[in-house]
Design a protein around this ligand. Structure first.
Ligand SMILES: C[S@@+](CC[C@H](N)C(=O)[O-])C[C@H]1O[C@@H](n2cnc3c(N)ncnc32)[C@H](O)[C@@H]1O
Length: 472
């Protein structure tokens, strides 16, 4: 729980940062720690609280308005007052009691309201908390989208879109999962930890050093997870991260390199590569014996890939700033003179396309507040030219994996269907065999399926889409 003395800092952050970007949030608390305003051990808890609040902000705002302010007409600072009460409710729910919060709330409210109003608001909060239990409340509204929107704090437009895409029941499940705390998940660098003994020793030492109970996500796979609330730190703060031994990675994103299945000796194109989580994963799995060309659109994006390559101590990855929409062999040869062949030179292409990111609704908590339908409608127009152009550089007999971290059909199935209709030399590849290694019980319709749509589920997967295609 945030130390109550930090309520002012929490308030300060949420008043001044309307888009709630997680990177900004982390920077804010890191800065507060540097200035001595919070102690190191509290920083992570404060981040956890902030994430919890962002996940549920609309719900708490609604509760504050409906049950605390009720008919009270405030002459001034009503929006601010709702925000303070909403935050105070979140703190009480987060720590499952109101100890200490209400006295802080009174002091804070007195800065914006007269003493009598501040006291009656605090009393109303107290009464509300006594009557309600600490769970996501069911909020009945005139329609399903409005009810789910308030219950799970998801803007109504996005909620309605999810219902339209997946049906009301699945949308409710996605939204319920979206406010759960994701596990901390990381993969081991199998290029450095190159045998099972090294990996087992590393995991044992890591668990003992940080007092965490690490679980394998998939049987026999070097991906580990643990309850994030057990951590008093960020994975990226650890020496093991800086030394390139671990890389935070989602459970679904981890599958991409295995589905692509690059082999030593292959020439691989990662057409949309930054920050290089999948590029570097492919390099680790091929023990740096495949040559990988990683493309992204700006120097700052390729710099991020280079940072990861250096951190993970990998070689055989070559980065280039370009657009995969108009990349061709001549441009590639201009940069990499050792490339041979014309036109179709790659054995494998990973096309992890820019997308709406709706599958990351649990991991990137601020995304839902930035959602808008016109951005969504524009995504296929970005994805289509990239797949059409990148595919031209694939060898006959080669494989191309199209993936996104969204659950939006127009960016997934429809893009792939349209591509296959217009490119008869490509055929879909059933994923069943490549998914076996994940030990998941893929049900019958999935087994022969040529695409895989993962949803943000109760097992902690991100929403992800995969379609593997072969050029004949
Ligand atoms: C989903 S992210 C890739 C994530 C990356 N594969 C990873 O696992 O770390 C999509 C990337 O595509 C890049 N992108 C967008 N348009 C592009 C284009 N025309 N050519 C190449 N990359 C592009 C974006 O800059 C972004 O970094």
């Amino acid at each position: 729980m945030p130390k109550l003395a930090n309520i002012y800092l929490i308030f300060d952050f949420f008043i001044n940062n309307a888009d709630y970007r997680i990177t900004r949030l982390r920077a804010f608390w890191a800065d507060a720690e540097k200035k001595g305003a919070v102690e190191g051990e509290h920083r992570h808890k404060l981040i956890n609280f902030s994430v919890y609040y962002i996940q549920r902000k609309l719900t708490f705002d609604y509760l504050a308005k409906k049950y605390i302010l009720r008919d009270l007409f405030l002459k001034k600072n009503s929006a601010l007052t709702i925000k303070i009460i909403s935050l105070a409710l979140a703190m009480c729910y987060f720590q499952s009691n109101s100890e200490g919060v209400l006295s802080e709330l009174k002091i804070l409210l007195r800065q914006y309201q007269n003493g009598a109003i501040a006291s009656s608001l605090v009393l109303a909060v107290n009464n509300f908390l006594e009557k309600s239990s600490f769970v996501a409340p069911e909020i009945r509204q005139k329609d399903e989208a409005a009810s789910l929107s308030l219950r799970y704090s998801c803007p109504r437009e996005l909620t309605a879109h999810l219902i339209c895409e997946t049906g009301a029941e699945a949308a409710a499940e996605i939204l319920e999962n979206s406010i759960k705390q994701p596990d901390a998940v990381f993969r081991l660098n199998t290029f450095i930890l190159h045998n099972q003994k090294l990996r087992d020793d590393f995991i044992k030492q890591f668990s003992e050093k940080y007092f965490v109970d690490l679980r394998r996500v998939y049987r026999d796979m070097p991906l580990y997870s643990c309850d994030r609330s057990a951590f008093n730190f960020m994975l990226t703060d650890l020496g093991e991260f800086r030394a390139g031994l671990i890389t935070p990675m989602g459970k679904s994103a981890f599958m991409a390199a295995y589905i692509l299945d690059a082999r030593p000796g292959d020439l691989v194109l990662d057409a949309c590569a930054s920050p290089g989580n999948k590029t570097t994963h492919i390099a680790e799995l091929t023990s740096c014996a495949a040559r990988i060309i990683a493309i992204d659109t700006s120097d700052s994006k390729t710099a991020k890939i280079n940072d990861n390559i250096d951190r993970l101590k990998l070689n055989n990855i070559f980065t280039m700033t370009a657009s995969s929409e108009c990349l061709d062999i001549a441009k590639l040869k201009n940069k990499f003179s050792s490339l041979e062949g014309d036109g179709e030179i790659f054995d494998r292409i990973l096309l992890d396309a820019p997308c709406s990111g709706l599958g990351l609704i649990r991991n990137r908590v601020e995304l839902k507040y930035r959602f808008n339908m016109s951005d969504l409608a524009g995504m296929p127009g970005i994805q289509r030219p990239i797949i059409n152009n990148a595919s031209k550089m694939l060898k006959k007999g080669g494989y191309m994996l199209y993936s996104t971290c969204t659950i939006n059909k127009k960016e997934n199935l429809e893009i792939v269907r349209e591509f296959l209709n217009g490119n008869k030399d490509f055929s879909p590849v059933p994923l069943g065999d490549r998914l076996k290694a994940f030990g998941r019980d893929f049900n019958a319709p999935d087994r022969d399926c040529e695409t895989l749509q993962l949803m943000p589920d109760s097992e902690g997967h991100e929403g992800f889409f995969f379609a593997l295609m072969r050029k004949n």
